[in-house]
Design a protein around this ligand. Structure first.
Ligand code: AMP
Length: 281
């Protein structure tokens, strides 16, 4: 596996891959959720490349940029075991050269939810993903459903900016007890982790209600809130999966998403109603 630290090295790698290249961008501190994306890229494409980059522009003031777990040696070994052909591990200066002052501003899709709760976050994501796509020039990029609004923002930017990258959404990988895998779960104590199980349980209960015919978004959101009553929920949303506009009726397809603070972790999760993430392009 090639470990590429410079933009020029990544460009040379791309030039050396004659066939279809799959790409999995990450912040590192890899777990089986990331692994599922990498496995898919390895399986489906001629070659797979991942990136490890804790992108400063997607963290707001007071967020966990400094504390974010960094485990490069373990991450490289994990990617190698999965059969990744290369990994791009740039420095901040390599991605944001001196004088860098250009940002990619997503549209209305980024106005609510994470966009509202974390001002500038999705602009930072859109900017770094655009840069990474420009350097790596993949044919297909794999993103997790876990960060649903991010997936939609990246799908929109790839299409709107005509980047020529297909952005594939992959299902959320969960622990056996239902908690969505996240690098930020490392911040949880054993008690907090147990308490956090109310999040997936609330989402699954609301999905079961929907499957039994409940179509009122308020009642679906209330079901989530009942389960998570002991937690500090930031939002519960029942939205259109394409636009992320809030629904007045969850008639056909919807995404229920939430954010909550548990101890010092900020966790997000979601479930789709009436569709599978693979249907989104
Ligand atoms: P991150 O390192 O948190 O930026 O995540 C990198 C990629 O992995 C993103 O596309 C995430 O949506 C995806 N991802 C993170 N956690 C999971 C999970 N539990 N299941 C599936 N994909 C995930």
């Amino acid at each position: 596996m090639d470990v590429l630290r410079r933009v020029a090295d990544a460009r040379a790698f791309r030039a050396s891959v004659p066939g279809s290249l799959g790409f999995v961008p990450t912040l590192g501190a890899l777990h089986a959720g990331h692994g599922s994306l990498v496995e898919r890229a390895v399986r489906e494409r001629a070659a797979a490349i991942a990136s490890l980059f804790v992108n400063p522009t997607q963290f707001g003031p007071g967020e966990d940029l400094a504390a974010y777990p960094r485990r490069e040696a373990e991450d490289l070994a994990f990617l190698e075991r999965l059969g990744c052909s290369a990994v791009f591990v740039p420095s901040v200066e390599e991605m944001y050269p001196p004088g860098d002052d250009t940002r990619v501003q997503p549209g209305a899709i980024a106005a609510r939810l994470e966009g509202a709760a974390r001002p500038g976050h999705l602009t930072g994501v859109a900017t770094v993903v655009t840069k990474l796509f420009a350097v790596v020039r993949p044919d297909v990029a794999y993103f997790g459903q876990k960060d649903f609004q991010q997936l939609r923002v990246v799908q929109a930017l790839a299409g709107d900016l005509r980047l020529g990258v297909r952005v594939v959404g992959c299902p959320t990988v969960r622990d056996e007890d239902g908690l969505a895998l996240s690098s930020r779960n490392a911040y949880l104590s054993a008690d907090e982790r147990r308490a956090a199980l109310a999040l997936p349980r609330g989402l699954f209960a609301a999905r079961a209600d929907w499957e039994r015919g409940e179509r009122d978004p308020k009642r679906l959101a209330d079901r989530v809130r009942q389960h998570a009553a002991a937690l500090a929920l930031e939002y519960v949303s029942v939205a259109d999966p394409l636009t992320l506009a809030e629904l007045t009726r969850a008639a056909e397809r919807a995404v229920i998403s939430l954010a909550a603070r548990v101890g010092r972790a900020r966790l997000i999760d979601n479930v789709l109603l009436g569709m599978d993430v693979s249907e989104l392009v």
